[in-house]
Design a protein. Sequence first.
Length: 312
Amino acid sequence: MERLLVIVGPTAVGKTDTSILLAKRLHGEIISADSMQIYQDMDIGTAKPSLEERQGIPHHLLDIIAPGESFSVADYQELARKTISEVTSRGKLPILVGGTGLYVRAVIDPYNFIPADTDWKLREHLKAQAAEAGIEALYNWLKEVDPKAAERIHPNDERRIIRALEVYQTTGEPLSFWEQQVDREERYDVLMVGLTRPREQIYDRVNRRVDLMVEAGLIEEAKTLLAQGLDQNFIARQAIGYKELFNYLQGRETLDEALEKLKLNTRRYAKRQLTWFRADPRINWLDVNLYQSASGVVDEIMQMVAAKWKIV
């Protein structure tokens, strides 16, 4: 079974510095688990480590698609698992690092993704049918083609009824069939470490990070992306760090208002990250604030690694 070290935690907690030090000491390579660092030309606002900051350590799954391209969690799962195998085959330790909880879970847990892209034309057609014939007619159809799904979907839940029918029509198999196709075999010998700090310290680091991003050229980066039409792309424009500045660049808010909103949204995001990761009992938590430096945190993780895998 392939070994996998996972480093998670909220934004601005110190994952980048810690993971690079770990990779040096463990002969590892880093695989990003950040849903926004996958995008090209979105560097400052996503806190993507520069080539200099990477200190020669290979980083994977950064800059892999353009902001306007489609990219799903299923796509990430496939690429990340392939990369883990490639790193392992080179005799290196794969280190999965990031704050996107769903990306992490998609890699290490038996997440099964339905092989059906959203068919917008079909979805609009089904919505029109629901408006014309009533949602009850679509629910009765669902009971015929997928009685198991119909049992647990409320007769008035239009969104889920339409999605179940969409899956059936695009794949030829009912939704309940795909939900049973679960890979129950454990893929990795995982060691999970979560980094945290006192909440007020995280918030202070978030505020300071935003100020540093602005000094580094965040506004110019957002302006360039806006000129490329990023504002019209739903997924990438949701990235915290850009959508707030678009309001300023398009004259809807002052710069001070936009930056204050950016800091607030980033703090809220950090809180959501902590809530997500705290629910996973496999994570070994380390309060970074209790150590004098990143090296002290790394020493502690090295002890965990040695205890689990008998390596130093």
